[in-house]
Design a protein around this ligand. Sequence first.
Ligand code: COA
Length: 154
Amino acid sequence: MEVTNRNQILELLSISSSLFGENYHNSNYFKSSNKDCVIAAYLKNEIIGFLKMITLENNTTKIDCIAIKKKFQRKGIGSNMLSFYFKKHHKTKNKIIAHAWKSPMGIHAQKLNEKFGMKLKSELGKIWQNECGHTFICPFNKNSCQCEAILFST
Ligand SMILES: CC(C)(COP(=O)(O)OP(=O)(O)OC[C@H]1O[C@@H](n2cnc3c(N)ncnc32)[C@H](O)[C@@H]1OP(=O)(O)O)[C@@H](O)C(=O)NCCC(=O)NCCS
C-alpha cells in the first residue's frame, strides 16, 4: 500500500528509529513523488515494513531503504515488497542498485539483494560517519561510526 497520511508516516518513523536510530529519517522522507516510490507493508491494521525506491539519472533505480519490523523479519516480507514493486511500479529496464549496510553483524540485506539479481560491486567505506552519532543515533555507534556501505548492482 502506498503511504498517504500522517499516521502512516508516524508509524514508518517509529520503524525507522527502531532499526536505524532516531532521526535517521524525517517525515519528508516518506512522501512519494514522481521520482520516489514509498510502499508500506501491512498486517491487518499494523504497518510492519516499508520500501523506498528512487529513480536516479543514467537509467538507474535505487533501493534507497527497505526495513521490516524486527519480529516480522525472515518471513518473506522484504522479498514480497520488492516483488510487488517490480511487478507494479518498475516498468523500465533500469539498472537496480542498493547501498547495503555492513555493521559488525554482517551485510544486512546481502541475501535479499542477491535474490533480486544484484551482485556485490564495491565497498564504499564509512559513508555515514559524518552524520552517525551526530544527526542520528545509530544503534551500532560505539563512540564512532562502525558501519560501511556496500554497493550492490544488477
Ligand atoms: C534486510 C531486511 C529488509 C530483509 O527483510 P526480510 O523480510 O527479513 O527478508 P526475507 O524474509 O524476504 O528474506 C530474504 C532473503 O534474505 C535472507 N535473510 C533475511 N534476513 C537475514 C539475516 N538476518 N541473515 C541472513 N539471511 C537473511 C532470507 O533467508 C531470504 O533468503 P531465502 O529466500 O533464500 O531464504 C530486514 O531484515 C530488515 O529490515 N533489516 C534491518 C534493516 C536493514 O538492514 N535494511 C537494509 C538496508 S536499508
